[in-house]
Ligand binder design. Sequence first.
Ligand code: BG6
Length: 514
Amino acid sequence: MSFVAKTAKAEGSLSGVAPLVRRTPVPEFDFVLFGGTGDLAKRKLLPSLLQREAEGVLPSHGRVICIGREPLGTQEFVSQALEPARDPGSDALARFCSRIEYLAIDATDPSSYAGLAMLLRNSEAVRVFYLAVAPQLFAPICAGLASAGIATPESRVVLEKPIGRDLASSCEINDAVGRIFQEEQIYRIDHYLGKETVQNLMVLRFANTLFERPWSAADIDHVQITCAETIGVEGRGSYYDHSGALRDMVQNHLLQLLCLVAMEPPTALDKDSVRDEKLKVLKAMRPIQDEKVRSATVRGQYRAGAIAGVPVPGYLADLGASESNTETFAALRVEIDNWRWSGVPFFLRTGKRLPKRCSEIIVSFKPVRHSIFPASAGLPVANQLVMRLQPDEGISQLTTMKAPGSGRIVLLPASLQLSFRDATNGHVPDAYERLLTDVIRGDATLFMRRDEVEASWRWIEPILDGWENHTPRPLPYAAGTWGPSAAIALIEREGRSWHEDSVPAPASFVENLR
Ligand code: BG6
């Protein structure tokens, strides 16, 4: 049983909050989307721009020029790409469709860019080239844009991950793109940074005195970051099998989350102040290398199993292969060697085909130093701050309360809950909604700088090497479970445990009501 506090909204106090402050208007733009027929464009990029259209945020002049290899007419493209879009009769959808143009380009052939150059000729709108394509195409596309004379000093280029598969290939890509675009023009996207709850993490930390002082090894016992998915590789097998969970999720999303939890307060919110602080964290992370890889990391690969009672195939069957050593699960114990975090372990885990979809950050505080309550009251629970990134975005705080009743004192673990959905009238924006307009506005705060990406590869590489040398085969786990049992042992051998949703209630609570 949990004692759930009402959210501020439910009590009406949010009604006193000032209305959302409007940002500078989105300027006129030409948004050139390479990979226009791809999965990301269909699932995320076009729907996010459409949502911004519906909110009235896009200016009257703004073109979305979608590039693919297939020879399609614009109408044909629009009906394929936006088919699943909501409310087909809406004005917003009609307005948005009228912005779209489709062009077939062979990205590797510089002569193929002439049509795009024609389209962009004489346009003074902000020019964004969004590369939602395989990273091998980043260099040829940038070279093609340059040779067609359309990569102007004012234009911006957005790079989707993965940016390389190790430090060397990441540097190679960054060098190739850097030959055409200046660092200030390059936006390396990590969509986790655009998630509402992730941004709120900074607000929570730096706009609330409550969390300022206890945010260090003096009061925090450990931190957990979990990004769990129920899906498998979903037709992305050829990409995923060359990547694996460490490269696909940890090198970028999980390390970025860790940085936001662990960084020092930036002096300002501008892009470089925030990114400088994140970089310091990446540099302070203790390398996990050689033999240490065995004790501080776990890699797994799912076998057939069941999720919510539905049988699902194993990774090899999903892949259509007879053998693969790619991990679909990774768990790590990380240490940060700096003044604030010395001695506080950070446990990270991510995986496909886990029992439920949930991404969350848990900050576990140390228990009170001394309990004044009699043994019969039970022990105070150690406080936990839980930031749920998805689903059901929100924040909860595990606290100790007195069980209501006129009997003896009984300590009751209780959860104070804040749901973002309740607090924002239901719409929690998708990460891309914000990030795409940030690029057009020229705000790079939520994007990764070259040195950050390279620092995280530098830290990840010894783990990849260690796996190859010491644990070449991932441990099996049944789909629908929380990964190999070694991942449970990774945290439990220190007397800690992975966070579970339910708040434990002492049995004596019911008795106390009598
Ligand atoms: C992507 C990974 O970056 O993030 C995918 O390549 C993963 O494998 C996805 O499924 C998860 O994103 P989200 O927003 O659904 O947690």
